[in-house]
Design a protein around this ligand. Structure first.
Ligand code: ADP
Ligand code: ZN
Length: 610
């Protein structure tokens, strides 16, 4: 392959967008960012997952003189991006530890001859003398620092090699740099700017809203069954991620799903690197595989057609929740963030926090994050507004695409019930857990209660008006709001705190969320439709299956994931417009010049046979 450089240098960003990538319009800030780099200046880009960050450095790399150098932390991510670009006709390679020495030499030679539009490099390699001396001999279009939050020492993804990237500015002061991240919080942003010396970079901040993701949090009663029901009724043949807290639960859940006829693979740090890689590959390349994982899974997963992320356990913070759910729906088509949540989750997280051995100031920070997470679970207004509000983004209107918007939640005034609950905690000596307390409130004469003489306390039997389920809901909400504390020994006994006082004295009005219990299955067809921009079921199903089958064949032939050939959205456009000629096929979004030449005949054949 030879570089496009000479031809593309004459073109505008919009022309390159059409010609190479097959898209008709830029999204939001993409064009402004590209122009910033074309003018030779630096940019710092904060854009959510799926927002379209890659084009912001790919297009200027093609237009500017020289090679665009992209720093990317993960080998798998690099390989997929490079494979996708090659299919689009871009002269691009990567340098990382997966290559043999002769392969490296070949790529270096082509780099020196100016044949590459772009080169992806692992940061640790960039900082080696050999690489730096090569770079000093060539024209460089720009430096792109992808996943720039890896420079943050406080983040989960910290990579020490990233710190050294400040040398780019020192050694190549005239080459424009662009740093990109999907991490929303301010302290990380400031750390990136400081460490990479980007003080003069123009800041581009997009909205972190992911409008195609529907947020839903359901009361847990039988988590596995609820999950199965969710998958079979709404996402039967879709790819999805199921998150669990422990390795054991990951293994069990994956096994159970398989027993129920759903292809599911486990992923956690306890599996060998080889098995992990194999499962990850199957998930990325397969069509409709479910991965059950701990939070160890996800960073660097670029799969655009993940249709749902399900949480069987609560994340520790809204940052984690946002990041994990954000792996759904990168392609912009409808996707679900689905979670089950219950009393036990609240108790467990509170205990984990109480037992934490972190320093006091870190504990306080963890505490605040947990409060925000629990508040988000219990909120009765629009979830999206609450989520974005946490990241400092104010939304004018309710979103209409979260459970609370779609099925408004009622609240009820429970000042008296809250007092009864707390007073029962006090009267029984602050040594018992929720189940015991509910038995006392509801006047059950169990042998334990009689043994402790708690059938004689004043709160015995004063809570007949609520069912056991309703009392559990009351306790869950009291614990979630910190109006009563959980001990850390692991028995889950409750005790009063400063915050309990005004409630006990009846000085504070308390409102509770009225939990919605879903008993019935949803209708299949209605949901099915929402999950596709274009209806691919019913009479359309055979064509959809045929297009997907052809895509799978081509992907296997070329050893790339199916979505690299064409995205689902592109296949849907083919169904909608049903192109008959090459010219018509070229109009489909996602069909650039190179893919037109490579694949048009294959797909036209399928289309014309219908
Ligand atoms: P990010 O890196 O921000 O998560 P990507 O760069 O992977 O996002 O882009 C997400 C998806 O959106 C990709 O499938 C990409 O092809 C698509 N995309 C990006 N920009 C456009 C555009 N202007 N028009 C149509 N699709 C786009
Ligand atoms: Zn909403």
């Amino acid at each position: 392959m030879t570089g496009n450089c000479a031809v593309l240098q004459q073109q505008t960003p919009l022309q390159v967008l059409k010609e190479v990538f097959g898209y008709s319009d830029f999204r939001d800030e993409q064009e402004a960012i590209i122009n910033q780099l074309l003018a030779g200046h630096d940019a710092m880009v904060l854009m959510p997952t799926g927002g379209g960050k890659s084009l912001c450095f790919q297009i200027p790399s093609l237009i500017r003189l020289g090679t665009g150098i992209v720093l990317s932390p993960l080998i798998a991510l690099m390989q997929d991006q490079v494979a996708a670009l090659k299919i689009q006709g871009v002269a691009v390679e990567f340098l990382n530890s997966s290559l043999s020495f002769p392969e490296v030499q070949d790529i270096e030679a082509r780099l020196l001859r100016g044949e590459l539009d772009m080169l992806y490099v692992a940061p640790e390699r960039l900082c080696q003398e050999r690489m730096l001396s090569l770079l000093h001999q060539i024209d460089i279009a720009l430096f792109a620092i992808d996943e720039a939050h890896c420079v943050s020492q406080w983040g989960h993804d910290f990579r020490p090699e990233y710190i050294q990237l400040s040398l780019l500015h020192e050694q190549f002061p005239d080459v424009p740099r662009i740093a990109l991240t999907a991490t929303a919080d301010k302290s990380t942003r400031n750390e990136i700017i400081q460490r990479l010396d980007l003080v003069n970079a123009r800041l581009f901040i997009s909205s972190f809203d992911r409008p195609n993701i529907r947020y839903r949090i359901t009361q847990k009663n039988n988590a596995r069954k609820q999950l199965l029901n969710f998958i079979t009724t709404e996402h039967a043949s879709d790819a999805g991620i199921v998150y669990c807290l422990s390795r054991k639960k990951v293994d069990e859940t994956a096994r159970w799903l398989n027993d129920q006829g759903i292809e599911a693979l486990p992923y956690h740090a306890g599996l060998s690197a080889q098995v992990r890689k194999q499962h990850q590959d199957q998930f990325i390349r397969g069509d409709g595989v479910v991965i059950v994982a701990t939070v160890a899974f996800g960073m660097g997963i670029d799969k655009p057609d993940v249709r749902y992320v399900a949480h069987l356990d609560l994340p520790k913070s809204l940052e984690s929740y946002y990041q994990e759910t954000g792996r759904a729906g990168r392609d912009g088509l409808p996707a679900d963030a689905w979670m089950v949540y219950g009393l036990q989750d609240v108790i467990m997280l509170r205990q984990m926090l109480a037992g934490s051995e972190a320093e006091e100031h870190i504990k306080r920070l963890e505490q605040r994050k947990l409060e925000a997470m629990l508040g988000f679970c219990e909120v009765i207004s629009c979830r999206r507004r609450s989520l974005l509000g946490y990241f400092g983004e104010q939304q004018e209107d309710d979103c209409g695409n979260c459970d609370n918007c779609l099925e408004p939640v009622e609240s009820w005034e429970g000042t008296t019930e809250a007092r009864k609950a707390l007073s029962c905690v006090f009267r029984t000596g602050q040594r018992f857990g929720v189940s015991y307390l509910i038995d006392v409130l509801r006047g059950k004469r169990t042998s334990r209660i009689e043994q402790f003489l708690h059938d004689q306390v004043s709160t015995f039997s004063i809570g007949q008006e609520l069912s056991e389920v309703q009392w559990r809901s009351v306790f869950r909400q009291l614990i979630a709001r910190g109006l009563v504390a959980v001990d850390m020994e692991g028995f889950g006994s409750l005790r009063l705190t400063e915050e309990s006082r005004p409630v006990l004295r009846g000085e504070e009005q308390i409102y509770f969320r009225k939990d919605i219990i879903h008993k019935t299955e949803r209708k299949k067809s209605g949901n099915r439709k929402r999950n596709r921009e274009y209806d691919t079921s019913g009479a359309n199903q055979p064509l959809w299956d045929a297009l997907r089958a052809r895509r799978t064949e081509l992907a296997q032939e070329q050893g790339v994931p199916a979505y690299i050939i064409f995205h689902d959205a592109t296949l849907m456009e083919m169904m909608e417009y049903h192109p008959k000629t090459l010219h018509e096929f070229a109009q489909i979004n996602g069909v650039g010049a190179s893919k037109l030449e490579k694949y048009a005949d294959d797909f036209l054949e399928v289309l014309n046979s219908f």
